[in-house]
Design a protein around this ligand. Structure first.
Ligand code: DOR
Ligand code: ZN
Length: 409
C-alpha cells in the first residue's frame, strides 16, 4: 500500500488516501496537489525502426517524468503499423522494452491507414484505439491523398466503429506549394508551404466525410483559427467531431524560427500569434477537447539539416504539464480545464477505463528546462532555458511509485 498524506485536491481540500501497491510506502505530500495520471493521446515513440530517436524505455521514462501514465502511439514507424501482424509485433516489442524499463506504462496503438491494406482494418477493430489517416505526407510514408481512398477508409471505420484520427493537411496543396518554395533555404517558409489553407481544406474534407459516413472523427493537432471554426460548426451541427491541439501550437508561434531554426519545424507548422491566441480561446470554450504532446523526437543532428532535409517534429511529453501549469499561474487556464484536457476528456472520448494512477504536483516548484535533465532520447526541447512553474514530483502508475528527479534551478 502507498499511504499519501497531506496532499490537496485542486480545489484545495486536504486528502489523505491509500493506493493499492505491492510495496509499503508512506509519502508526506504536504504542499503537493493531486492530479490524475495524465493521458497523452498523441506520441511517436519510434518503435519499430527509429529507436535511435526514441524507444519505449526512454519514452516511458519521459512520460512518467511529465506526469503521463497512458499514451497513444502513432503508426508512422518503420515499417508502418498497417497490418494486423505488424500491429501485434509492435505490441510485443513495446511490451519487452517496457519490461526492461520496469515501467508498466499504459498504452494504446493507432492503426495506420494504407491504401494497400484496407482489408486489414477489420482485424484490429477490438485492439486499435483508432485509425490514423495522414491526409498529407509527414514523417514516414503513410498517406491517403486521393478522394476515393479517403471515402473507403471513412466507410470502413464507420462499419467497424473505429475512431478516425486525421492528420489534416491536404497533400495536393502541399505539393503545389512545395514547387513554389523548391529552392527555399528558410525554415520559416515551412509555415508557407503548409499554410493555414492546407490544414483547413483537409479538416473541411474530413468533416464532410464524417457527415456522409457517420464515423467518429478526431482532428489531431489543430493549429489555426480556421480549423477551429470548422470544428466548432461541426460540433454545433451535432457531428461526433473532437479536436486536439499541441503544446507547441499553444506556446510557440512563427517567431520561434529565428531562435530555434530547424527545431521549430513541425507538421502542421507553427502559426502567427493570432492563431495561437485563438487556440487558447478554443481550449477555454470547449472547441478543443484534448491536448496531445505530438511528442515527435528527432536527433539534434537531423534538426540542424537545411530546410527541405530537416525532419518535422519536436519532443514534448516531459514539458506539457509544466507549460500548462505555468499558463494557469498566468491566469490563462484553470486547473480543472487542464485535467479535463489531459485526462478526463480523452478518457471519455476513447472509452478508457478509469484507473488509480495519480501525479503529485508541486504547483509552485520553479525549474528551468535543462536539456541534460531530459529523459527523452533525443535530448533537446524547444523550450530549453525557459523557467516553468509547476512540476510533477511523484507519479504513481499501476501501484508503482516513481519519485521524479528533484533537479533544481
Ligand atoms: O511534426 C510532425 N512530426 N508531424 C507529424 O505529423 C509526424 C511527426 C513525426 O512523426 O515526426
Ligand atoms: Zn503526430
Amino acid at each position: 500500500m502507498i499511504h499519501i498524506s497531506g496532499a490537496k485536491s485542486i480545489e484545495g481540500k486536504q486528502l489523505d488516501f491509500t493506493i493499492k501497491s505491492q510495496t509499503e510506502r508512506q509519502i508526506d505530500a504536504t504542499g503537493l496537489t493531486i492530479f490524475p495520471g495524465l493521458i497523452d493521446p498523441h506520441v511517436h515513440f519510434r518503435t519499430p525502426g527509429m529507436e535511435q530517436k526514441e524507444d519505449w524505455q526512454t519514452g516511458a521514462l519521459a512520460a512518467i517524468h511529465g506526469g503521463y501514465t497512458t499514451v497513444f502511439d502513432m503508426p508512422n514507424t518503420i515499417p508502418p503499423t498497417c497490418t494486423a501482424i505488424l500491429f501485434q509485433e509492435k505490441k510485443q516489442l513495446i511490451d519487452s522494452q517496457l519490461k526492461q524499463a520496469g515501467i508498466p506504462l499504459r498504452y494504446q496503438l493507432y492503426f495506420g491507414a494504407d491504401k494497400n491494406h484496407f482489408s486489414e482494418i477489420h482485424k484490429v477493430k477490438q485492439t486499435a484505439i483508432g485509425i490514423k489517416i495522414f491526409m498529407g505526407c509527414s514523417t514516414g510514408n503513410l498517406v491517403i491523398d486521393d478522394d476515393e481512398s479517403l471515402h473507403a477508409v471513412f466507410a470502413i471505420a464507420a462499419t467497424q466503429n473505429l475512431m478516425v484520427a486525421v492528420h489534416a493537411e491536404d497533400e495536393d496543396m502541399i505539393k503545389l506549394r512545395k514547387k513554389q518554395y523548391a529552392s527555399s533555404q528558410h525554415y520559416c517558409d515551412h509555415s508557407r508551404v503548409r499554410d493555414v489553407d492546407v490544414a483547413a481544406r483537409a479538416v473541411e474534407k474530413a468533416i464532410a466525410l464524417t457527415r456522409i459516413y457517420g464515423n467518429r472523427l478526431y482532428v489531431l493537432h489543430a493549429s489555426s483559427k480556421d480549423e477551429i471554426e470548422l470544428i466548432k460548426q461541426a460540433k454545433v451541427a451535432g457531428l461526433p467531431v473532437f479536436a486536439e491541439t499541441t503544446p507547441h501550437h499553444l506556446f510557440l508561434n512563427e517567431t520561434a524560427y529565428s531562435d530555434l531554426g530547424g527545431r521549430a519545424v513541425v507538421n502542421p507548422p507553427l502559426r502567427t500569434e493570432d492563431h495561437r491566441a485563438a487556440l487558447f480561446r478554443a481550449l477555454r470554450d470547449g472547441t478543443i477537447d484534448t491536448i496531445g504532446s505530438d511528442h515527435a523526437p528527432h536527433l539534434p543532428t537531423e534538426k540542424a539539416l537545411p530546410y527541405g532535409q530537416c525532419p518535422s517534429g519536436m519532443p514534448g511529453i516531459e514539458t506539457t504539464l509544466p507549460l500548462l501549469i505555468t499558463a494557469f499561474h498566468a491566469g490563462l487556464i484553470s486547473l480543472e480545464r487542464i485535467i479535463s484536457l489531459t485526462c478526463t476528456t480523452p478518457r471519455e472520448i476513447f472509452g478508457l477505463e478509469k484507473n488509480d494512477d495519480i501525479v503529485l504536483v508541486d504547483l509552485n516548484k520553479t525549474k528551468m528546462i535543462d536539456e541534460k535533465n531530459l529523459k527523452t532520447k533525443c535530448g533537446w526541447s524547444a523550450f530549453a532555458g525557459k523557467v516553468l512553474q509547476g512540476w510533477p514530483v511523484y507519479t504513481v502508475l499501476d501501484g508503482l511509485l516513481f519519485e521524479l528527479s528533484r533537479d533544481q534551478l
